[in-house]
Ligand binder design. Structure first.
Ligand SMILES: [Zn+2]
Length: 299
């Protein structure tokens, strides 16, 4: 017999089944994380639509792929549809995706009874569930931001002793080093190559197609990026076009001269050393479709 702990984790892990063909669909996981944040804060996951609408819209705008659908509609989708996964209940029987009835009754959502009870009784289970959810939908650069925005403490959740990361493929332990070497230990976007004594500091290996979405640990799916540009790339503020020119999103804004140096990257070509494989076309197009936010600057 499976333990209740395992049942809760399995049920939440199955939200991943909605990801098909590498399409990102983090809407339901974001709602569950919001409910977990509420539960750990107040002891109840109850979330009235009047509050969920604003918070969930913000999470979706920030962490889901860009979309032309109205914010409120994008929040109504997980708020009503998560019911069909057996982890969420509403206090009114409202139709799927409709905003009107949610607003009219200020419908209250909450995690399904047995799941909420199990999570409340076992804070380690709550942390393990949040960790598994965030790690299976987001890369490590973004996971702490997602948790913070959902009202959870990333330090508690991502560094729990004994909480195993989501099961799955094995990582290639040599990939990071190989990527840094292939790009001369400098940021492929800005050229930053700082060292502390003899070690690179602040330059990381970035996946173009996220590892959690079947992005392989290969050189044609890797870029060396400074920590700032890695984060902006994973958030979709920076991207690449099919000619491997850097794109800056119109969604990114900065006011100071330092912040505005990001604009200067727009249109710059990647220039790896001879022999270094450039990112493969299908990984680049995955990033453009699933991660890059909105439109590139018009310059
Ligand atoms: Zn950089």
């Amino acid at each position: 017999m499976t333990s209740i702990r395992q049942q809760v984790l399995d049920r939440l892990a199955s939200l991943r089944l909605h990801q098909r063909h590498g399409r990102r669909a983090p809407h339901k996981p974001l709602l569950v994380l919001l409910a977990l944040g509420r539960l750990s804060d107040t002891g109840s996951s109850e979330l009235p639509w009047s509050e969920a609408e604003a918070r969930l819209s913000k999470l979706i705008a920030e962490f889901a792929p860009a979309s032309r659908t109205a914010h409120v509609q994008r929040a109504a989708y997980p708020f009503t549809r998560l019911r069909s996964d057996g982890v969420w209940t509403l206090d009114h029987d409202v139709p799927m995706d409709s905003v009107g009835p949610l607003t009219a009754h200020d419908v209250v959502g909450r995690l399904a009874g047995p799941i909420e009870v199990a999570l409340r009784q076992d804070p380690d289970l709550l942390r393990a569930a949040a960790r598994a959810l965030v790690e299976s939908h987001f890369p490590p650069t973004i996971a702490p931001d997602v948790l913070t925005a959902a009202g959870l403490d990333p330090n508690e959740i991502l560094h729990v002793p004994g909480a195993a990361p989501a099961a799955g493929r094995r990582r290639d332990a040599t990939w990071r080093l190989a990527v840094l070497q292939a790009w001369d230990r400098q940021c492929a976007f800005c050229g930053y190559d700082g060292q502390l004594l003899s070690a690179s500091v602040g330059v990381e290996a970035a996946h173009v197609r996220w590892w959690a979405f079947d992005g392989p640990d290969t050189l044609d799916n890797g870029l060396a990026l400074c920590v700032l540009h890695h984060k902006l790339f994973d958030f979709g503020a920076l991207g690449l076009d099919s000619d491997l020119r850097i794109h800056v999103s119109t969604a990114f804004t900065a006011r100071t001269n330092v912040g505005r140096t990001v604009y200067d990257l727009h249109g710059r070509m990647l220039r790896p050393r001879p022999g270094t494989p450039v990112p493969a076309a299908d990984h680049v197009s995955w990033h453009r479709r699933e991660v890059f936010k909105g439109e590139p600057l018009n310059a």
